[in-house]
Every structure is written in structure tokens, then in C-alpha cells.
Design a protein around this ligand. Sequence first.
Ligand code: FE2
Length: 320
Amino acid sequence: MITLGIESTAHTLSIGVTRDGRVLSNAIDMYRAPKGKGMIPRELADHHAAVFAGVFRKALGDAEAGMDDVDLIAFSQGPGIGSALAVGCGAAKYLAEKYGKKLIGVNHCYAHVKISEHLAGMRNPLILYLSGGNSQIIIQRNGLYHVLGETLDIGIGNLFDNFARSIGMKHAHGSELERLAHGGKYVELPYSVKGMNLVFSGLLTHAEKVAKKESKKDVAYSLMETAFAMTCEATERALFLTRKKSLVICGGVAQNRRLQKMLETMCKEDKIKFGVAPDEFNRDNGAMIAYAGEVMYKKRKPAMKTEEWAPLPNQRIDRI
Ligand code: FE2
């Protein structure tokens, strides 16, 4: 079975192709926000629409496939930014109609979870999902996903992006902040874990204040260390409570090597198996949407007609 997956929840427009669970291609084009600003929804939609044809051609070209070979089209339905989701959903519906293909909407978080479990070779682990807008500790039980703990305010990725923007970084992104933080010294910042839930906004406000007096490198380092330590504590508590013997992390922030190291050390001490997919599949990507679409389709064929599918910007993993 060949599936074409379209990802467009936020800054990334990506299209990937899978054949029976194997990734054949994963073409990506990313929107960059203007300096000092966050993503502008209208610009996002314009970007995704402008690059769509090129990314689509590359995805099919790299997969050495044509639309005749495709059996299923999958698109990311939510959660995400409405204007960006609408481009992916609209294009998916158009392609499904034009080429007479089956269509399926996929929850973006579910796609991160499924591709990471698959590539890490783990079945039903505890899941730590960390991205710009999300920070969740998740388990799957009886076919449903349950969020055991999550951020009570902003996502961990947004914490890093917002801090990077406030100190005037050109590309206000977690990966750039990680480079700045390298080799920094620890300065004390507030630490806030509530059971298995996390609170980041107080940490952000305090770090922004301290960065006006102290070295930006030291504060960046301390901000990341504190946020990761909080995440490890909440995750370890969830591991003990659920008695899970494996942990998989996924989402954009899962690429962070320092976080990976901290969780790996914790898992080793607790005799827990630790897994993380290659970076390409922790970024937002179309291949994970194709993969998850195929998994869903094989479990239960959707009863919805092509024209009935619509974006769901607030769709949580525990509501699917
Ligand atoms: Fe994502």
C-alpha cells in the first residue's frame, strides 16, 4: 500500500510517501518568521500554498512514484494553526478528488507517536511528546490515548522560542538557543512541577529578567537545564506510577541532545528502555502523516466522504 502524507500544522509544509510502513520520501519546506516575530498565520498559509507544488513533485520524484501508484492520501488534521491546516486539508481534498483516491485525516501528535514507536522498535511505551505548543506525558490503554501530565501553560518549545526572541536572537528557535547555551554556567531559576504537570511561564518571565543583568549564555543554559530537569522529574513519576518498562520521546524538542542524554541516564538508573527516532522524524514531516494514515486505514477504513473532512485546530490526542 502506497500512502502520500501531507503535513501543514505549523511552520513546515512537508509531503512524504510510504509503502507498507517503509518511508520512500520526505520532502520539506519550512517557513521562517520575520526577525523578532512569531509565526504570522496569513504568511504561513501563503508560504505553504506557494511551495506546495514543488514539495509535492519532490516527494513523488524521490519516491519514484506517480499519483497512479498512490492508494491513500493522508493529511494532518490538527492540532495546529487554522490557516496552515486549511492549506494542507484543501490540497489533500483536491488531490483525492482529482485522482480518485481515498482520504484520511490524521492527528499530528498521533503521527509523532506512531512513527517514533515504529522506528524505535517499541510497543506501547510511555510517551513523552515535546514540541513548540505541546508538552505531554501520554499512555495508550485499550486503544485510547490518555494524557497523564502536560504543561499547564506554554509548550516547552515555545518557552525556548519566546526566550530566544526576547534576547534578540536572529533565528528565535530552540536549536539556535541550544548552540548559545553550550558551555554556559548555571544560575538559579524557578522550578515548577505539579505532580506530572509542568508550568513554564514563571520560568520564562524570571529568565527574561535575569538575562538583562547576567550573561545571556548562562541564562540560556540554565533555562534549558531547568526545563529539562522538570520534564525528567514528571516523566520519572509517570514511569513509576504506570510501571512502564520503556519510554519513547517524540516531537521537535526530542531532537535536543542534552535532553536525550538526561532521559537516557535516568532510564538506565531505573532499568527502563529508552527510544528516540532520528531527527528527521521528530521534526514535523509528511512521512509520519503517511505512516500513521496507513496504520489507521488498516485498522478501520474511514466512513467519511472526501468533502466531509475538515481541519480540527484543537484536536487533542486523547480525543481521537
Ligand atoms: Fe510536531
